[in-house]
Design a protein around this ligand. Structure first.
Ligand code: SF4
Length: 801
């Protein structure tokens, strides 16, 4: 039988477990982190006869009790990716890498919902025919080759458990199973649980608020369709007895406060309110290591290896390397690391060996797999990424006390005799995902077949464990000032605490007397090359300039979920450039084709893994922004009768041994003169006219001062791609304004322009002298917003020095 084991608090959880538990009870958890926690918890409540395994291990055990099962049938995620990549290259090579990745993503996501291909055509109706064909092809391949992916394993087990003569049906016949910590079950897992419950007792532990508020499309309803439902109750966190200490550091100052809390303290668990841990998180807590840990524990090393081999492949005459040459290269890398006899190399060696193993897997998949091109290399590295160890817990020692740092998942059953600290900061991003990765129209077709992920349900699980955390007397909650305004979830949770008067008295003073970063400043700027972005950086904040340009500190990101704004901007520039260079007619089709082409090429080149199937939205945005740019350029061309359009024009000028160099986004030209233009994506990057004339955004002035422009300047400024109305253009003319399409160009008399330019030269000279003489690099941002986008903001003294 299948039973919901509903609990309202830890007391009820313990009672339920004790009531159900007897000999031969097995606990099942979604992953190793929770399995460890529940194992420890069961010991604490004297139920240590209950073993806890992960759901995958549990499924594997069941499969292996069938003597006829061929373990070669099972294909893990990385091997599956390499198998499908082999098929793609052999039979669907007209698809680009980005399209293959999209098809692979849709394929693997859909397999969690159903295993029979009957519904595929309907569900995939919105996708391009070639992508759709690829997904169907993969699906049929798995079926005909009798390969079991992770979803297929549950499907196979569901079948076995429904077949009375089957060994799995008889496996541990009197067992009771307790499923702990699950926040989602896929459609095939739901089917598996129902099959398991035919002969066994299966208890699914669910916090009451999540159970009661589940909707028809949630897995809870799929498992327990007859459950009593009540209208979803918005659980107010303030209704719980808040016992923990609440501390509210000023925006971006949580690290300092955390260090203070830890100093001399006892062993304490630190829970960061974010979904995945990275080495950067460790850095943000350890002052002394902050700038030296530059990569993820493993993925940074893998990325570096991916790029170095890719460069080798691309520089080869043929565009590929033989498998033997690849093995040789990888072996040499490994030998070199071993020869260094540095224990810190162990992570690099682990990564190299993983990549080597996946290269071997790919080679053995087909006799034709003898040459590795760039696409295949990226897939081998992506498969290795899937095999990398996960960081769900970082063990650390504070003042000789051992402790750990976990992500937000560590909130469930958190237990530390001396209390734990939960840190909530904007830096950690949103912790509630958007629910299902599919579009609404796909979900309409998927929902009748399988449960779909829901952000609301996830929220209810999280709120439940938060509530328990807040009731812990020894626990401490550090929540950064202003987080409520930046996150809807935290607004809901913390708003009520504020009403209860928590926070302000514990607020850390913004004024920080110690310049914690000063000790790292050991050099002056010696490079004799100046670009507009370097100058702008120094102008924005000398301290930021120091760490980016002199210290060259870079913190890698975890997974890139979306294209970043500057990346979208690069694609838009390419679209606009290509449009004019190909002299195309302006219509939706011509621009759409260019967007499609450049987005695809960009994704392929950068090895980007966009987690959500969000390409249509990205395409739409790039299309709109590019269209705006093209229209403004067309209006300017018509107004001034420009005859030439050029993009990305490099320039360089050497003055007193300093090289001034850069690239101008766009120059329009006629026989009388030029327009010098720079593209910006957001209105936030367009200064006011006053700020522009005060050189707060100096890029265009830098172009005007250093590019070798022999003719007159007719017009200059910044084009805003998102909001054309925000475009700032100046027309060099005697008086008044010029109408240009929907825009107005503010006139500047030629003498005033010449005077302004000479003012800029003096300003730049002063800035340059300051830069070369600077040995303090003050943390003095030009504007408060500069700090909002700065990696150093958690530790920096921000304008106080
Ligand atoms: S946080 Fe602000 S003041 Fe500090 S380095 Fe960054 S931009 Fe400068």
């Amino acid at each position: 039988m299948l039973y919901p084991a509903i609990f309202r608090d830890l007391v009820e959880l313990e009672q339920k477990i004790k009531t159900i538990s007897a000999k031969n009870v097995i606990g099942v958890c979604p992953g190793p982190a929770l399995a460890d926690k529940y194992r420890e918890y069961l010991q604490r409540i004297d139920c240590d006869s209950t073993d806890v395994v992960t759901v995958f291990k549990f499924a594997q055990n069941l499969l292996s009790c069938d003597p006829n099962f061929d373990s070669n049938q099972f294909c893990n995620k990385s091997r599956l990716l390499l198998s499908l990549a082999t098929l793609w290259k052999a039979h669907l090579s007209e698809l680009s890498l980005a399209d293959f990745q999209l098809a692979h993503k849709i394929f693997t996501d859909l397999r969690g919902h159903f295993l029979v291909p009957d519904f595929l055509e309907t569900v995939l109706a919105d996708f391009r025919p070639d992508v759709k064909r690829c997904v169907l092809y993969f699906w049929h391949f798995l079926q005909s080759a009798k390969i079991l992916d992770e979803h297929g394993v549950y499907g196979e087990l569901a079948h076995q458990l429904r077949t009375p003569a089957h060994p799995a049906y008889e496996y541990l016949p009197s067992q009771t199973y307790l499923f702990f910590g699950f926040r989602h079950f896929t459609g095939v897992q739901v089917d598996f649980l129902k099959s398991l419950a035919i002969k066994h007792d299966v208890h699914i532990f669910i916090p009451e608020p999540a159970y009661l508020s589940a909707r028809a499309t949630d897995w809870i309803t799929w498992l327990f369709p007859d459950r009593k439902t009540v209208p979803p109750v918005e659980r107010d966190i303030s209704s719980s007895a808040v016992q923990c200490q609440i501390i509210r550091p000023a925006y971006n100052r949580h690290s300092e406060l955390l260090i203070k809390q830890l100093a001399g303290g006892k062993a304490t668990n630190i829970i960061l309110a974010k979904n995945e841990l990275s080495s950067g998180d460790l850095c943000s807590i350890y002052h002394d290591n902050y700038f030296k840990l530059e990569s993820q524990f493993f993925s940074g090393i893998l990325e570096a290896l991916t790029k170095s081999v890719l460069a080798r492949i691309e520089s080869s005459r043929t565009g590929f390397l033989s498998v033997e040459a690849m093995h040789q290269y990888i072996d040499d890398e490994c030998r070199q690391k071993l020869a260094e006899k540095d224990f810190r190399n162990q992570r690099a060696i682990k990564v190299i060996l993983l990549v080597r193993a996946n290269l071997q897997v790919w080679q053995e998949l087909s006799a034709k797999n003898t040459k590795v091109d760039g696409d295949i290399w990226k897939m081998i590295c992506e498969a290795s990424q899937l095999d990398l160890p996960r960081n769900y817990l970082i063990p650390v020692a504070f003042s000789r006390h051992s402790s750990s740092i976990t992500s937000i998942s560590g909130l469930e059953l958190d237990h530390s005799p001396d209390g734990s600290i939960l840190v909530v900061s904007e830096q950690y991003g949103e912790i509630i995902s958007d629910g299902s990765a599919f579009s609404d129209s796909m979900l309409v077709n998927i929902a009748p077949l399988s449960p779909v992920k829901s952000a609301d349900l996830e929220k209810n699980f999280l709120k439940f464990w938060l509530d328990i955390f807040l009731s812990g007397e020894k626990n401490r909650l550090l929540y950064e000032e202003g987080i409520e305004e930046r996150s809807f979830f935290w607004k809901m949770i913390l708003g009520s605490l504020k009403q209860k008067g928590y926070g302000s008295e514990n607020r850390l003073c913004k004024k920080v007397p110690v310049d914690v970063l000063a000790r790292y400043i050991t050099q002056t700027y010696r490079q004799k090359k100046l670009t507009p972005s370097r100058m702008q950086n120094y102008c924005d904040c000398p301290r930021k300039f120091y760490f980016q340009e002199i210290h060259e500190c870079r913190l890698d990101k975890t997974t890139q979920l979306q294209l970043e704004s500057f990346e979208l901007g690069e694609i838009e520039h390419l679209v606009i450039k290509d449009f004019f260079e190909k002299n195309l007619e302006l219509n939706d089709d011509s621009v759409t084709r260019l967007v499609d082409l450049h987005l695809r090429e960009y994704l392929e080149k950068r090895i980007l893994k966009i987690k959500k199937i969000s390409l249509p939205e990205i395409q739409k945005e790039i299309f709109e922004y590019s269209m705006n740019g093209i229209k403004i350029l067309n209006d300017l061309i018509a107004l001034y009768h420009f005859t030439t359009v050029r993009f990305e024009i490099p320039f360089s000028e050497v003055v007193s041994a300093v090289e001034y160099k850069g690239r101008i986004d766009c120059i329009l030209e006629n026989e009388d003169g030029y327009a010098i233009l720079d593209f910006k994506r957001g209105a936030g990057s367009i200064p006011t006219l006053k700020a522009f004339d005060k050189f707060e955004k100096l890029q265009v002035w830098f172009y005007l001062a250093h590019a070798d422009i022999s003719k007159k300047i007719l017009c200059f400024g910044l084009i805003c791609l998102s909001e054309p109305d925000e475009t700032l253009l100046r027309s060099v003319m005697d008086v008044g304004t010029l109408e240009c399409g929907d825009l107005t160009l503010k006139g500047i008399p030629r003498e005033d322009y010449e005077r302004k330019l000479s003012e800029y030269r003096s300003y730049e000279e002063g800035l340059q002298q300051d830069l070369y003489a600077d040995d303090i690099f003050k943390a003095s941002p030009l504007k408060a917003q500069t700090c909002d986008f700065c990696d150093l903001s958690a530790l920096c003294s921000k304008g106080q020095i």
